[in-house]
Ligand binder design. Structure first.
Ligand code: GUN
Length: 295
């Protein structure tokens, strides 16, 4: 049987450590690390994600302020809010929940966030820092994937890693993090030919395609470690809705370990967001030069 890598358990441990660090930071500096969460429109999934992020902040003593705008919000309104949050010394992290309504250019909104407060790690400066291995804030889901992998495979050097999916939020940054760990990385996407054959050579598979049960058991090399980033809502045989990953979990007994869905990468994403908010607060309060763009 393949081992289940519990993201819920690892996230709980991370949050327990974070709660202690946040308490000590707040005592020492007389200020509470604070996240501003911006939600535009009424996408039900985004509502759930933002609510969850805010409730987890509370658990570790991180402050949160929610800013809500209707689906008719303009780009100018949103840019003006971000300008205010950038210069508010009581706000350390800014998160703009994606997707944004079509009248708003998401890239321009991400550009407007001060990179030192960009706890999603989506600003081009942080993307550049990640690609050159020079610090900055790292995107939350990729950071969670790496921590889960490292818990199972302490030495990643020289491993063959296959990343399925090339999104800016997961696929590309995961590939960069694995490259930084000296894995040999292949990034696959929907136009990749012979995906099954490529996977069969992998010691590590990170599935982030957003396609339910895409990765089949016979694609997996015996002993491989599998990180399943997919969160897909499907109808089960009894007609109920259920959440499944991108990997056919019932077919991978011969893997050495895998992350379940739910309870794998999801909880780690939020724990890493809290970690980034703490890091941003720590960097801002201590004026950490590694975080400053203009240093
Ligand atoms: N939408 C889907 N994933 C994310 C994420 O990690 N951060 C933000 N801000 N929006 C998202």
């Amino acid at each position: 049987m393949a081992k289940i890598i519990s993201g819920s358990a690892m996230a709980d441990r991370l949050m327990a450590t974070l709660a202690r660090d946040v308490a000590s930071f707040s005592r020492r500096n007389g200020c509470v690390p604070t996240l501003a969460a911006v939600l535009v429109g009424n996408d039900p999934a985004s509502e759930i994600y933002v609510r969850r992020k805010i409730s987890q902040c509370r658990k570790v003593g991180i402050g949160s302020i929610e800013h809500r705008y209707g689906a008719d919000c303009t780009e100018a309104e949103l840019r003006s809010l971000i300008g205010r949050l950038n210069s508010d010394s009581e706000v350390h992290g800014i998160l703009v929940q994606m997707p944004l309504p079509p009248q708003i250019d998401s890239a321009r909104i991400l550009d407007a966030i001060d990179p030192v407060k960009d706890v999603d790690g989506f600003h081009p400066v942080n993307v550049g820092r990640l690609s050159t291995g020079t610090g900055g804030l790292i995107p939350c889901t990729p950071m969670g994937c790496l921590m889960l992998l490292q818990s199972e495979l302490p030495g990643l050097k020289g491993k063959q890693a296959v990343v399925i999916g090339k999104s800016n939020i997961v696929g590309k940054p995961v590939a960069l993090l694995l490259l930084e760990q000296e894995c040999t990385v292949t990034v696959c996407h929907k136009y990749t030919q012979n995906l099954a054959d490529i996977c069969r050579h992998a010691d590590i598979v990170v599935a982030a395609a957003g396609s339910p049960n895409l990765v089949r058991g016979h694609w997996i090399k015996p002993g491989a470690v599998i990180i399943d980033v997919g969160i897909n809502r499907v109808q089960s045989e009894d007609g109920k809705q259920k959440i499944v990953g991108d990997v056919a979990a019932s077919e991978i007994d011969h893997a050495s370990a895998f992350t379940p869905v739910p309870g794998g990468v999801g909880p780690m994403t939020i724990a890493c967001l809290l970690l980034n908010t703490f890091k941003a607060a720590d960097g801002l309060v201590s004026h950490d030069p590694r975080l400053r763009v203009d240093a």
